[in-house]
Design a protein around this ligand. Structure first.
Ligand code: PEP
Ligand code: MG
Length: 311
């Protein structure tokens, strides 16, 4: 009588290491959601809405003028739903629009965009959204529809906030659009030094989480334009000043019961992962191709911390 060879009893895909720190994945385009979900990540740490909008080929204002508000909201709903469906019930953190004016300028209707000397310090993220509540409400309307459809795994994240006032204004608009801040999971990116320093008062607005946008946090902390090749060698996400802001923010958030995460590129780097896990970050989010390595790195650091604590 034949017996099964021992190899066949082994799992076909490697088993995901169990970690206390969640390991999530960044998704730039909804089309990548299936591949992202297959990594076994604990959710999406960042789903960018930029591509959903930029791929329309028109600025939101122009698109709405040509196709109507409903069509614009439909596009956003479709993009968010693709990821929410793929990951359900794992959480999917969706960020409201954050495209700088120079990217909008390349689209049809882009001639109406402001010409800015330094778009990275300019009209983008929550600043622009708060300045254009009529346009912003379409994004929030997309979230309301997603929640009405039953995708309770979706979370709302606001980019480039500086302080409690930004957070309060975003929260109010969200509420006006029919998304209940008490009922939904929502939070903000920490990607300016101001946001890191103001996290305590921001937390009082009821945020559930913060997520470190280290691409911007590094550029603004070090005054190094992330798009300027001349200073590219000075762009260092592991600079002590950047780590100090991150470390202090995690400490404050732990005291306040606010979850912490990272969704910048540095979340895929072992040294950053090590630093964050030691500080007690709630989750890290990595690029699709880095998820597996980050899962193992997190496991390794957690095991070392446990051993250190019993020695
Ligand atoms: C960041 O700033 O780290 C981030 C994730 O946002 P973006 O790269 O889209 O500015
Ligand atoms: Mg950013």
């Amino acid at each position: 009588e034949e017996t099964e060879p021992i190899e066949d009893a082994r799992p076909k895909t490697p088993v995901k290491p169990m970690t206390a720190t969640e390991v999530k994945v960044n998704v730039s385009i909804p089309e990548a959601a299936e591949r992202a979900a297959a990594t076994g990540a604990d959710g999406v740490g960042l789903l960018r809405t930029e591509h959903m909008v930029l791929s329309l080929g028109k600025t939101p204002t122009k698109y709405i003028a040509d196709n109507g508000e409903r069509a614009y909201v439909d596009e956003l709903v479709d993009g968010i739903r693709t990821a929410a469906e793929e990951f359900y019930p794992r959480p999917v953190r969706v960020r409201t629009l954050d495209a700088p004016t120079d990217e909008f300028r390349q689209l049809e209707g882009g001639d109406d965009e402001p010409r800015e000397h330094n778009p990275m310090l300019g009209y983008r993220g929550i600043r622009r959204s708060l300045d254009n509540p009529d346009l912003f409400k379409h994004e929030l309307e997309a979230f309301r529809r997603i929640f009405d459809m039953g995708y309770d795994n979706v979370e709302v994240m606001f980019p480039l906030v500086n302080d409690a006032e930004d957070v309060a204004r975003a929260r109010n608009l969200m509420k006006q659009a029919g998304v209940d801040p008490e009922k939904r999971t929502w939070g903000v990116m920490v990607e300016t030094p101001a946001a890191a320093l103001e996290v305590e008062s921001m937390a009082q607005e009821g945020i559930d989480f913060v997520s470190f946008g280290t691409n911007d946090l590094t550029q603004y902390t070090l005054a190094v334009d992330r798009n300027n090749e001349r200073v590219a060698d000075r762009f260092d996400e592991l600079h002590p000043a950047v780590l100090s802001l991150i470390g202090d923010t995690i400490e404050t958030c732990r005291e306040l019961g606010v979850k912490t995460s990272i969704c910048g590129q540095a979340g895929s780097k072992p040294q950053m992962v090590q630093f964050l896990v030691e500080k007690g970050v709630s989750s890290v989010s990595a690029n699709i191709d880095a998820v597996r390595d980050v899962q193992h790195e997190v496991k390794r650091v957690e095991q070392r911390l446990i051993l250190d604590s019993v020695r």
